[in-house]
Design a protein around this ligand. Sequence first.
Ligand SMILES: [Zn+2]
Length: 1168
Amino acid sequence: MSVNQQAHTGPPYAQPQPGYQGYQQPAYGGQSLPGVPPAQYGAYNGPVPGYQQPLPPQGYFPSLGFPSKGSPVSLNSDTSSLAPNFIGSLRAPPPSGAPPPASGASHPSGPLAYSQFEHGDVQNGIPASAAPMQRPPPSQPFLPGSAPAPASQASAFQQFGPPAGVQQLTNHMAGMALGRAAASAPPPSALGYGPPTSVPPVLESFSATGSGLYTPYSASQGPPPTSVTQGLPLAQPPFPGQTVPAQRLPTQVPGFVPPPPSTGVGPSSYPPTTGAPRPPAMPGPPLPGQTLAGPPSSQPNHVPSPPPPSAMPMSGLHGPPPPTHPPQPGYQMQQNGSFGQVRGPQPNYGGAYPGTPNYGSPPGPPPPPKRLDPDSIPSPQLNELPPQQKPRHRIDPDAIPSPIQVIEDDRSNRGSEPFVTGVRGQVPPLVTTNFLVKDQGNASPRYIRCTSYNIPCTSDMAKQSQVPLAAVIKPLAVLPPEETLPYLVDHGESGPVRCNRCKAYMCPFMQFIEGGRRFQCCFCSCVTEVPPHYFQHLDHTGKRVDFYDRPELSLGSYEFLATVDYCKNNKFPSPPAFIFMIDVSYNAVKSGLVRLICEELKSLLDYLPREGNMEESAIRVGFVTYNKVLHFYNVKSSLAQPQMMVVSDVADMFVPLLDGFLVNVNESRTVIASLLDQIPEMFADTRETETVFAPVIQAGLEALKAAECAGKLFIFHTSLPIAEAPGKLKNRDDRKLINTDKEKTLFQPQTSFYNNLAKECVAQGCCVDLFLFPNQYLDVATLGVVPFQTGGSIYKYAYFQLETDQDRFLNDLRRDVQKEVGFDAVMRVRTSTGIRATDFFGAFYMSNTTDVEMAGLDCDKTITVEFKHDDKLSEDSGALLQCALLYTSCAGQRRLRIHNLSLNCCTQLADLYRNCETDTLINYLAKFAYRGVLSSPVKTVRDALINQCAQILACYRKNCASPSSAGQLILPECMKLLPVYLNCVLKSDVLQPGPEVTTDDRAYIRQLVTSMDVAETNVFFYPRLLPLTKADVDSDSLPAAIRNSEERLSKGDIYLLENGLNIFVWVGVSVQQGLIQNLFGVSSFSQISNTLSTLPVLENPFSKKVRSIVDMLQGQRSRCMKLIIVKQEDKLEMLFKHFLVEDKSLSGGASYVDFLCHMHKEIRQLLS
Ligand SMILES: [Zn+2]
């Protein structure tokens, strides 16, 4: 069997994509490299000479003002041929962390884009003399220190000598030179940072580098001290952007290079000039008009539809009831079961129903497989006799819809051909199917998935069906390397062409009329003049002759370069900044965390996101440490040693230094390295246990404000912030509230302070990523408010231990730092007349009803949008969505990413049910429910979910299914997994917590799920269970998954279960000794340690195969999963069983069989 997503081991997150040099992408679905363990540097988009820096494209599209995503030929062919090899080398530690050798790079074109910001937009932080943030001098006398400090700031800060210990740093503010500790620090070359000491300093490189953004630092301060020249790499080439200042000028020709064939073709197929016809290799999408008129029947790559769905009953439940079937009185409530009725003896079924998850072998005649008499499912009134009078029967679990079967069927039916998006309203393959997408006018399902691709024409129909109309949108999703990333279109100063009335962006569905002089908006029907520069003649079919040359006319997804009108204050943005803010309280230091973070940052800073083939990242970095007070660091390149400035007045946070806080990594390499060496030493003896939290965010926010840029805070935090400060919290954890009306307070923040802070952060484009290392309750519900509302992420490592958790944490950190992020983002979803977006779910902030604001939006984040009718729709015109995301790229380029999707509309309910997607429906329902718990009792939320799904299925039964016995449970083909998946949502930790689930876990999961995509919710709610002992060690494939039930496990086998957060390896008690030896390196079951956090690296095929599977799965997920070894009958097994979601759960969750019976009962009630 083939894996459901393309595998790769470890996350070489930033492979350049063929056909698009501009982006660095996580290699989601990259090449499989079985057996390669997640090496420490596996995640790095490392400086690989010749790989990241393609040949200069100048000869290619000379007229372009901006780098286009149409990439130079050389890159295309290079990357496609080299990628597999380079994954291997990328995984190795970068040679002593050295920066990319400049000699290996010819003049890259990347900086061209960067250079635009020179023009009147030099954002160089605030010059020292400006000092708007300056405060009155504190009472402490100013002691001049040895290191230079900006005069304007010096008066405000006490200058320390070398630190004798943190306790000294208690007073209001202190600037201090960290000279002493640095004396023992290894020389820069030993750190792998700076240039070889033998390289002579070349001061000119300072003024010539930095694209002008950083130049004033050195220029304004005269010649840098010698220490700087020693500490700074000379290898930096002059910034090419400076030599091409005219790049920002609008080009005569709109800067779009025609898309190359989507499958990474070599140079020869590359269109040589702008405006050239699209290469023949790429079949043109159908005309918008054709598309709108309904799916062409002869679509070349048309993917076979699912089986004819009309009135298709659930396979196992099909068929008339046996005529002899007597109504059976009396059903026993199962122990702990919510819906524990068991049906009476049925002719077709033998065996007892033990009433436990573990269905034993049924006695009596073997049941006919795959057949379940629906009438046997009990109705409520049959539930009265005492248990002892009721013979018990089991429902054959094989006869009810199997997720495994559905996934397998979809893979074999739809995995072989590409999904071509030219046809309106096509249901894509399932998220568990590995397929390629060809954009021919609609956005890829990797960007948008819908609950239904055929939506009712009227609101009455929609209400009747109760099927929510929602789209799950992942605007910056990572594509597999085989697929083409959205092209960047540059219309120069005039900007994107838009509808005059509704402001929709030019897209394939706009209709050109009057010989091409005007176009009619597909969203609001308004007619708009075509701007002269955009005019083009129409061909005899009414299609513009440049149709195939313009992504915005022929593709579902593309980007526009935004003009200054799309920028805050009518100014192009500065590149964003990253600020690392490290808790240095006692717990953080003692656990080794502080040292770990500092060590990691030394190398990680070389892998900040870069735009395209830019030589270095444009992102500036800053550093703060904190406990009860905050320590800021001046790491200006001209300093010999970093300086610390302490702010203990946390009640009114400000940033004590402006110049030197946010710096370019390469320029300040030595100072940063020195700082990172010194931080663990400085706080090694701390006894401070209390922390602040809100002031930390405020500090980062103020720093970004002062630098007038967007950015991201990486906060590493360990405890409930109880120190006296704004946003101080108290421990209010109370498990007694569970199942009461007050349970919702556990999910709500305990103060509104953080909501207000989040709002300020969003306004500045300050995104917060929070890494938590709690040893006890720290109120995730409150601490998570700012990360959540700014589009950030939360990571949580409870009881963090260096030994077992460091790899997981470091992998997460690396991926988080490197991943694609759009800053200062606003998303709006436009719809054609008749429907509109009414509700939004995800990690964002909304100040009005239409604009989704995110300080940062990364490639893993998803926004779910719900639509409601406001008018009738027509089957002819269908319905259209356009998602427009305005954001700032990692180099500070303002862009618009547009995704378009056309859907069908129906007047028959059957068409709706035939084109639904249950995985997306579950994504929506889970998010809807998880938001509901903020305001309603959990039980109310659960009941509402059950009721809505029962109505959905009852409506189908009533209106679409062919007539049959009322007792028959008939499910729509596309929704036959709705009951099993819904049950998983109902049993999840948020809605039905087990005793081991903490309040923080629940808050954490709630926030996490809210921005998950469909693939993530799918595996989260119905984990993947693989029999490892069935794996073929000679092939790359995964063993066939099995259903999540204990009765599927054999005690002689080893299984792996993953849900996106954890990987369990379950070992049966009777597993052969040889297998145990091969996998764990011990001779018996009893010797297997259940504290292992990784599998031992052993040189045998089984060990290699299992580790490669683990690596492959890790590579498919956006977070590093925690590996947990579970021995059968061991204590930890309870934890594992929690994820066997078809079984009854300890917390009272129903088994699949029981829940299906319950749903059937609900449906019957609705129908009667
Ligand atoms: Zn319009």
